[in-house]
Design a protein around this ligand. Sequence first.
Ligand code: ZN
Ligand code: ZN
Length: 349
Amino acid sequence: MTQTIGYAALQQNAPLTPFSFERRELRATDVQIDILYCGVCHSDIHQSRNEWGGSVFPMVPGHEIVGKVSNIGEAVTTFKIGDKVGVGCLVDSCRTCPDCEDHLEQFCNKASFTYNSPEKVTGVNNYGGYSKQIVVNHEFVLRISDKLNLAETAPLLCAGITTYSPLKHWKIGKGDKVGIVGLGGLGHMGLKFAHAFGAHVVLFTTSPAKAEDAKRLGADEVVISSHAEDMQAQLGSFDFILNTVAAPHNLDDYTLLLKRDGILCLVGVPDHPHASPTVSHLIFKRRSIVGSLIGGLKETQEMLDFCAEHGISSDIELIPIQEINQAYQRILKSDVKYRFVIDLASLEL
Ligand SMILES: [Zn+2]
Ligand SMILES: [Zn+2]
């Protein structure tokens, strides 16, 4: 065991405070990582407040982890000390079910998530990336190119793959008209990827102040979703809409914008359900409402390599860990451009 320190919610709704704990002894197939940066995901707030139910405390959140390998188990040949690496939302899975065999570990019923989830061997609750150090099975560690800025890479591990994966799965490319709903941590990555894939990209937002930034990030058009006439002008015109908004809202506003066979893909989990969508809107044009969850390890690596090749990273605000509770308040007010990243150098052992 190695002693480390992090920031934890000691109980539901408690502010995050410094917390000492132990990481497991390095197993033969493990990689030990000194964490340099960790992104702050909205789901960290949901889980530290038990808004999805089932939270276990104390909880060290954080699943957008970037750092350097500080030690390797004797059976690890794919990483060496000093390598730049990342860890996302997953730290283990069964490896034998159909989902694992298809490289879709995120759907494995026995997947072990980076925090607030039991470790596969011991059943002990996992602690996440708001900390100095982590130990992870090498098959769940991702490689980060020297071309990428490490702090700006952290949010790719959740916000990045969450938007990259559905755009890839539904084969978005040149000639497609794609909507991105919401300009936050997910939405700003959705704009960058949809633009990079060659689609015509439309951002839907409630705040006119975001229009200029949206165009810088890759939007061809910006529609203010509260303007009925502007929404009307987009009816029946979209191949695919990626909806990143987690707050409950009327999905009909977006299903009506889809073409025949168009797809509305949800990636935000609301704490209360959306109103049931109008079924006739789906039936009459064979439209679909679908969901998507992060991505498997293979695709996450592909996404990181794509980002390195195309110069894509997240727009971030770097903060010391001592400001994490204020950062949570600002995320709840959508006051961040577009992802907070914790600089773990601010945390002293
Ligand atoms: Zn996340
Ligand atoms: Zn599995």
